[in-house]
Design a binder for this molecule. Structure first.
Ligand SMILES: NC(=O)c1ccc[n+]([C@@H]2O[C@H](COP(=O)([O-])OP(=O)(O)OC[C@H]3O[C@@H](n4cnc5c(N)ncnc54)[C@H](O)[C@@H]3O)[C@@H](O)[C@H]2O)c1
Length: 279
């Protein structure tokens, strides 16, 4: 997708963070944007950026298959041809794997994994009709490496990566490009809105500080993340890493695929202890 001018792009999880920055960036680049989220109040506040001719706002829960299909039909009705979908909506859960209630894990999977599948399946038939089109699936640095207390999040983001890389190969002979995104820490509301039952440090006293800890170490702004994602779309990149943390830890994981945690977790814990003194 060489240019966004007059392209129609659907973005889920658009009321906050990376999704919101993507809506602003895409509108500024001349795209028409279909933005959805479960958080209707914050979604509606996007209206200040554009009128209905350029911006369609829809309340959609990505975990509901029928709702996502209805959204795809609404986008087509409103704008006509659809050129891209960014499956961005996501949530966070911190919990020790041995004590993780199945219901919490299913809550996360329904959004972070099935939400992506719902978005792909709903928009793909339309995208296959376009001369050029793009599917962007947001995985994570935690779709490349695992850390303590993130088994559900890690599993869902690894699954998004596996699904997206296979999808890309299945669509090789079509005009639909598939871009998988692996952000490191981005300064968004993901930790503030997350469910934290245990701490990444393994220390019970740190649980209530999980969001503050995340917020103090996330280095990249949502606007920088959106810019990198749009670059990946324009260049038809297959895998986009965001942030120096993602770049560095990906290298460590590749060098020591079976034991990277022996190096990364102690460093992470020292960093967390230092950051916790500040929060
Ligand atoms: N912030 C980070 O450090 C980071 C790192 C790696 C990956 N990611 C991924 O980036 C994506 C965007 O997250 P963010 O960091 O901007 O967080 P955010 O919390 O700021 O934004 C996420 C948005 O998704 C929406 N959402 C949640 N559940 C939903 C549902 N069921 N249906 C529709 N919308 C729903 C929320 O209302 C929110 O507006 C997520 O997939 C997240 O896992 C974030």
């Amino acid at each position: 997708m060489k240019s966004f001018k007059n392209k129609v792009i659907a973005v889920s999880g658009a009321a906050s963070g990376i999704g919101r920055a993507l809506v602003e960036g895409l509108l500024a680049s001349g795209a028409r944007v279909a933005a959805s989220d479960v958080d209707e109040a914050n979604l509606q506040s996007l209206r200040e950026f554009a009128g209905a001719e350029f911006l369609l706002l829809s309340k959609v829960d990505v975990s509901e298959e029928a709702a996502v299909h209805a959204w795809a039909a609404e986008v087509k009705n409103h704008f006509g041809d659809v050129d891209g979908v960014i499956n961005n909506a996501g949530v966070a859960l911190s919990c020790h794997a041995a004590q993780q209630p199945r219901a919490q894990m299913e809550w996360l999977f329904n959004i972070n994994y099935w939400g992506v599948i719902n978005g792909v399946e709903a928009f793909l038939p339309e995208l296959l009709r376009r001369p050029e089109a793009c599917i962007v699936n947001i995985s994570s640095l935690f779709g490349l490496m695992s850390v303590p207390s993130q088994s559900a999040y890690n599993a869902a983001k690894f699954a998004v990566r596996g699904y997206s890389e296979s999808l890309r190969q299945d669509l090789r002979d079509t005009a639909v490009k598939v871009v998988t995104i692996h952000p490191g820490g981005i300064q968004t509301n993901i930790a503030n809105n997350g469910r934290h039952l245990h701490s990444i440090t393994g220390n019970a006293a740190d649980v209530d500080k999980t969001a503050a800890l995340f917020n103090s170490i996330a280095a990249t702004t949502p606007q920088q993340a959106a810019k990198k994602i749009m670059w990946g779309m324009r260049k038809s990149k297959t895998r986009v890493l965001i942030g120096s943390d993602a770049w560095f830890l990906d290298k460590i994981q590749r060098l020591f695929p079976a034991c990277y945690d022996r190096l990364v977790v102690p460093i992470m814990n020292v960093g967390a202890r230092m950051a916790l003194k500040r929060v």
